[in-house]
Design a binder for this molecule. Structure first.
Ligand code: GTP
Ligand code: MG
Length: 380
């Protein structure tokens, strides 16, 4: 902060220094030739002589700015994507709804439509997620039993789902778990599409469902609301293509993007130990591209990716954003819903995983050592 010195300040105001000194004195400020004048005082004096004194710490500000820019440049955050690296990615869709309203049947129907439309695939395997291709577009479906995965991910604050399809049986209507699922979707701020299923069933009443939707503030588009609603029959296959089209449309609206160039990270969908192949985990890549040979860590487990497969059992060499793959090469089975991240190499991955294991072990030991409250029963 450059000081305002009487000797320099006086001529700037067109005054002799002694005149300035006496002016200051009149204001109760006693300053000699080589002393500094406070900013607020200087502004007042200047005003008295018809000047507007603006104090800009130009030197300081410019230097500070440069320093900040330098800093920002140096530690370019590797977790933040440069917008020019972002490219469109497929939506990740989950299917929710009340017991027996047809979630599994719908997932099967979508997968079957895809297999029929596409080439002869391998044997369908349940890996917890699959991807269908519709024209040029891909859509990823989470195929996990019940709401388990969705809830677990929400608990952890990680979110993998972009669009939720709420299945409501046309012959049954909203049920407790339908409302519960709707609540989850709204809390998670995930896009909603309603599939009114079982339209072939006796007693199916589409309008009744739409009325119930309106009562809940999620009126269907054709009822003047905003909720995309598709009547389907998972059993007969009616409306499945419409549903896929609406999902693709919704994905466009959401403008989903990711950086395929970044180191891969994503979410564990499910995992298990296979007697032949060791621990397996199905993951969805959210950012970056996962490749064979990559080292990844998830909690106390790590993997050097030995092989990857899709839900048809096909070998996959690389998995860009929104791709579900089953990964082989894990040290143990990672938790579903947990996040995985890339490491520089296997050694680093192993170290990070071991540190985490150590931390968890100590935590468990500390908890075990903590004095327990004895209950009345145990005293007897
Ligand atoms: P949970 O996993 O137990 O919660 O059930 P879910 O929602 O996965 O339902 P699921 O697909 O198992 O279907 C339940 C029953 O409804 C089965 O008997 C299906 O055959 C029947 N169902 C499913 N979709 C349709 C449909 O479009 N029309 C008719 N008529 N029946 C259907
Ligand atoms: Mg089911």
């Amino acid at each position: 902060k450059p000081p305002i010195i009487v000797r320099d300040f006086a001529p700037a105001l067109g005054l002799k220094p002694f005149k300035l000194i006496s002016e200051l004195m009149a204001m109760g400020v006693f300053a000699s030739m080589n002393q500094t004048v406070e900013e607020t005082v200087a502004v007042k004096v200047a005003e008295k002589f018809g000047f507007l004194l603006e104090i800009k710490h130009r030197g300081d500000a410019a230097a500070q700015q440069a320093k900040l820019a330098e800093k920002a440049k140096k530690k370019k955050d590797p977790n933040v994507d440069d917008p020019k690296d972002l490219v469109p990615r497929p939506p990740v869709v989950c299917i929710l709804g009340h017991v027996d309203h047809g979630k599994t049947s719908l997932l099967d129907a979508i997968r079957k439509a895809n297999v029929v439309a596409g080439e002869f695939g391998g044997i369908t395997q349940h890996i917890g997620a699959y991807q269908v291709t519709r024209g040029e577009r891909k859509i990823t479906f989470l195929d996990t039993p019940g709401h388990a995965a969705f809830n677990k991910m929400r608990e952890r604050g990680a979110s993998v789902t972009d669009i939720a399809v709420l299945v409501i049986a046309a012959d049954d209507g909203f049920m407790p778990q339908t409302d519960e699922a709707l609540q989850h979707v709204q809390n998670a701020k995930v896009a909603l599409i309603v599939a009114i299923n079982k339209i072939d069933a006796k007693g199916a009443n589409i309008d009744q469902i739409k009325g119930q939707m309106q009562q809940r503030g999620i009126a269907s588009e054709d009822w003047g609301g905003e909720t995309i609603t598709v009547p389907v029959s998972a059993i007969k296959g009616d409306g499945i293509d419409d549903l896929l089209e609406m999902l693709a449309l919704q994905a466009d609206v959401l403008e989903l993007k990711a950086n395929p160039k970044a180191p891969a990270s994503g979410i564990i969908i499910e995992s298990q130990i296979d007697t032949g192949r060791g621990p397996l985990a199905t993951v969805i890549v959210q950012r970056g591209t996962l490749r064979i040979g990559d080292a990844i860590v998830c909690g106390q487990h790590w993997a050097k990716v030995r092989a990857m497969f899709d839900d048809q059992g096909n070998n996959v060499k690389e998995a860009p954003p929104s791709t579900p793959v089953r990964v082989i090469g894990w040290s143990g089975a990672p938790d579903s819903g947990a996040e995985f991240k890339s490491s520089k190499n296997a050694r680093e991955a192993e170290n990070i995983a071991e540190e985490e294991e150590d931390r968890l072990r100590k935590l468990a030991a500390a908890q075990a050592a903590a004095p327990k409250e004895s209950s009345i029963e145990s005293l007897f």
